[in-house]
Ligand binder design. Structure first.
Ligand code: 5GP
Length: 198
């Protein structure tokens, strides 16, 4: 049965382990991961065009002016945005698209595309989040402090998402998100083709 592609939003405070869980989901399922644009500097181990498109503030503003971003937001003093064209093209081809975006961007996407599936990934506790952010060792103390401050506001937004998944363990969190995707595909509202065929 042909079904419209899913647009899956995964949000959660920085340090929740989103990237690791997303990598595990991508290993199991065929999804297009939307590579965002950002004005933040590249971290060690990151690759331009793979983890992000690392661009200047001027270029980012140009993309906004051209309406080339599906959504964008400022986070901890830097800009982040989803390039519109690749995501729309993949969905038009029937490929599910996964967005790893923060809460302001998620709100914009849900407002424009009410069929999007939104998942909030949360660390098991506040202490654990702080521990993970520090252990990552990639950010300055100032940046860690800013991220923790931002995380408080993000956790308040969690209740506006469709699903809440606790990342206590990577494979367990990925199991839950895959189960969510399977469930979403069974929604009668996504099965128009079945009803028109019978
Ligand atoms: P980081 O700097 O740790 O890679 O990402 C910081 C935050 O920005 C994360 O919560 C991540 O989900 C979010 N983010 C990454 N790409 C985008 C994007 O394209 N749009 C928005 N709104 N947030 C993004």
């Amino acid at each position: 049965m042909e079904q419209p592609a899913l647009l899956v939003i995964i949000s959660g405070p920085s340090g929740t382990g989103k990237s690791t869980v997303i990598r595990e989901i991508m290993r199991r399922r065929t999804l297009f991961f939307s590579v965002s644009c950002t004005t933040r500097p590249m971290r060690e181990g990151e690759r331009d065009g793979v983890d992000y498109h690392f661009i200047s503030r001027e270029r980012f503003e140009q993309l906004i002016a051209e309406d080339a971003l599906l959504e964008y937001a400022e986070y901890a003093g830097r800009f982040y945005g989803t390039p519109r064209r690749p995501a729309e093209e993949q969905m038009a081809r029937g490929t599910d698209v996964l967005l790893d975006i923060e809460v302001q961007g998620a709100r914009q996407v849900r407002d424009r595309m009410p069929d999007a599936v939104s998942v909030f990934l949360t660390p098991p506790s506040w202490e654990e989040l702080e521990r993970r952010l520090r252990n990552r060792g990639t950010d300055s103390e100032e940046m860690i402090r800013r991220r923790l401050e931002t995380a408080r506001g993000e956790l308040d937004e969690a209740r506006t998402y469709d699903y809440l998944v606790v990342n206590d363990e990577v494979t367990a969190a990925a199991d839950r998100i895959c189960a969510i995707l399977d469930g979403e595909r069974c929604r009668t509202s996504r099965c128009a083709a079945f009803f028109s065929e019978i």
